[in-house]
Design a protein around this ligand. Sequence first.
Ligand code: ADP
Ligand code: GLC
Length: 485
Amino acid sequence: MTELKVLAVASEVAPLVKTGGLADVAGALPLALKAEGVATRTLVPGYPAVLAKLERAEIVHDFIELFGGPATLLAAEASGLDLFVLDAPHLYARPGGPYVDEEGKDYADNAFRFAALAKAGSAIGRGLLESFRPDILHAHDWQAGLAPAYLHYSGGPRPGALFTIHNIAFQGKFQKSILDDLGLPPHSFALEGVEYYGGVGFLKAGLQFADRITTVSPSYAVEITTAEFGMGLEGLLRARAGVLSGILNGVDENVWNPAADARIAAPFGASSLAARVKNKSALQRRLGLKEDERAFLIGAVSRLSWQKGLDLLLEDLSFFIERNAQLALLGAGDRELENAFAAAARVHAGRIGVQLGYDEDLAHLIQAGCDAFLVPSRFEPCGLTQLYALRYGAVPIVARVGGLRDTIIDANEMALAAGVATGFQFSPVTADALSFALRKAAGLFEGEAAWRVLQANGMKTDVSWRGPARKYAELYRSVIAEEPR
Ligand code: ADP
Ligand code: GLC
């Protein structure tokens, strides 16, 4: 098998910089691809947090001018990843997050911040560097969306281009007036170019010019071709359905392994589940919940946004009051939701525990200590937290959408009889259906033996990156087989 070279382009990569699952994927997939004979280098923006963590960085190229200032391309290693880092202080040297400033507002120049990333990616794709000529450019989400477009419009031979949609809700749509400044030709402003509802669409551009489009679950790949989930891109996706497929995410088993997790109170495995209860007590103490081994403890770790559906819980908290049930929530996002959960925690102290903000350690302790893990999303391209829950013996309760539908086997009568269930699915995504699912789960929790089967099934489910990495490698090779481009 000849070794294949892939240039991944991503706006976040764990553990260097993370706002969500994209970082987890960009940080773990390259490691899993090694076993498939694929060598990945990932191009990321030189945010201060990234620059601070680089090992063995060397300058491989100087861009004299890149959207308003000079930029340097570094080749570096960090956390076992081979990186290219675009060091462009005028674009990335800011306090704040990767996309928003300290007040939570999008940076006004995000179009250029990420066009620069895409442009550097396309230049490497076109052979900028003697030392690394990729066979494939793999662009992730809207921030990398222009890379396939730049590859297209610069003419001549190019690597294969793959685009992965992690979340179609974020589309990177900007005003038409920036087209010229982006360095795109006037004729690119067309239906078969980068034009998108009268503006320039970065995500649209990626979908238009990639040789293959993937998203992160088979169900979401189908959903996004419909008006309900496509968010305006369903027409284009239907037209490109022949090159669109879904590949599930996996779990980075070095980071999420309950038997060797330094972030939890007590390690445990499938054969030592009894130790798990120490994590439950630690979690109850940590969030001011009543320390009660028999309480049904439901965990959630999530961005607080409409997508994630956690507002449905607030509509009806009666479950937590009528049953001996508790909630352990870690989340950050919409201010209104944050305030509403903080208020619920005050009113129902001891039963509802809420930590606002971002906390990697607590995210692990919740997985290790809760009995059931809740993901009530209105849409979910893949979802990673329900996969972590499976590994940690927390039984997932999920909405029947996207990747949640594909990764959890619902405890319906047939699945229970066959002994294959791993969790609970509910639909439609309403407060009533959620409340029904919570009550059903509580019932099974009380009948301990059935619950143990759910936990055991979850813990032995293969949620590793091995299978998904093989699928990406096959897809890369199928694109290369189509040469010349
Ligand atoms: P999304 O990318 O849509 O947010 P995923 O389930 O794919 O959803 O990934 C979310 C990732 O972010 C998981 O690794 C999860 O543990 C982490 N996460 C989300 N919110 C927080 C938080 N408040 N603190 C720590 N980790 C969080
Ligand atoms: C997105 C999606 C999530 C997915 C993650 C990584 O943020 O919302 O479902 O797991 O990307 O692919």
